[in-house]
Design a protein around this ligand. Sequence first.
Ligand SMILES: [Zn+2]
Length: 299
Amino acid sequence: MSDPYYIKGMPENIGEDHVVKAQAMDGFVKAVAIRSTGLVRQCQKYHDTSPSVTAAVGRFMTGSLLISENMKGDTDTQTTIIRCTGPVGGMTCVCDSSFGCRAYPLNNRIDDGGLVNVKAAVGTGSLSVIRDIGLREPYSGQVELQTGGIGEDFTYYLMASEQTPSVMALGVLIEDGEVKEAGGLMVQLMPGYSEKEISYIEKRASGFPDVTYFLDEGFSPAQIIDLFLGDPELQYLEASPAGFRCTCSKERMEAGLVTLGKADLAELASDKNGIDTECKFCNTKYHFTPDDLARLLKT
Ligand SMILES: [Zn+2]
């Protein structure tokens, strides 16, 4: 018997992080759902984040991946940045065009009194989205944070900057300091939608339980889309694995050092111990000997 929830591109083990896209209501409604548990755990491990920061950066990565779903080119990238007044200080996330992402918070541990509170960790500020899809100028948009809860902030961004009415739910379920589940759902109205689709989606969204509740109960992203939309004409479009992926390498670090300029490089090269650099996304360390630096000076 064929599995109605099998979608081309799914990972073999559907318990692994992945994204599912679907459409419904004659194509006027698009839905994208993600399980991001593994990549949020990876981020927590790399940055040793305290619970509120884990939840904040986890929601931020999940929402960033959801809004990156349109990128097509192999080298397309999307950078999302939150600058904020709350104790987390800010967060940066970079997504590639195949649902790989990397992220870091400015402050990894904050005193939250043992309570997970994303809005308090983030506070007020702005959300910026920069998409480099190979055009001469990258696309960029920025909005003020609405609540600091991240989901509402992305929803507002999508409406204000991309003129796409959307509903977005993001969740990171933390138990005993560990990430139990993380995921998100984005439902959007496509051009040509009418009052009918608006009121239908509003009705479905009201009282819809947290995405992590469903993930924790064993539902997959495809099933969550089905539960949300409840449309017999629902059509799954594609699926793709997702994950924490860093692109750092010694060569990339070198390129960064070269941009410092000759004077600064010469000063670094004068240290007989060489220097250690660290990737801020995954904390991988790269050592440069004085010889390495002298070679860079000549480039
Ligand atoms: Zn890295």
